[in-house]
Design a protein around this ligand. Structure first.
Ligand SMILES: [Zn+2]
Length: 143
């Protein structure tokens, strides 16, 4: 359903058209906010599913824009961060990053133990990792 009185046309909660009267920065902000809302909507169910499988608890999670990493974690605080750009990737890639960060709560380094846990809980993780690494980390050129 399109709303004509607004400068933004919302279709299925997606801003499909932003009038030129918005600055480049404002349009980018609206799009990024929309991506953030979409990603935050799907994460809780994925975390609930995978923390039970991995066997860890987390205190907090968040989404942020990161230039070089898909995810990060604070082992002491049991907190994980996910890159906002993940919303543009296939669901299994988002799940892989969530699992990867959750497994770090058991094992800090990418050691044999880390890989053994990954193999056990997500046998195809290497395929997902390689797929993700072939995709660009971010595309922020909205001009
Ligand atoms: Zn890692």
């Amino acid at each position: 359903m399109a709303e004509r009185s607004s400068a933004i046309f919302w279709v299925l909660n997606c801003p499909i058209y932003l009038l030129r009267c918005y600055s480049h920065e404002k349009r980018l902000e609206i799009i990024q906010q929309w991506y953030r809302t979409q990603l935050k909507a799907i994460i809780p169910a994925l975390i609930d599913k995978w923390k039970a499988i991995v066997g860890v608890e987390i205190n907090e999670w968040g989404v942020k824009q990161m230039k070089t990493k898909w995810g990060s974690c604070n082992i002491e605080d049991h907190r994980i961060w996910l890159n906002l750009e993940l919303i543009k990737k296939p669901l299994h890639c988002i799940e892989y990053i969530i699992v990867h960060e959750l497994v770090h709560l058991l094992e800090r380094h990418h050691s044999d133990r880390f890989k053994a846990v990954m193999d056990k809980v997500m046998p195809h993780w290497r395929i997902y990792r390689d797929e993700l690494n072939q995709l660009p980390l971010g595309h922020n050129d909205w001009s």
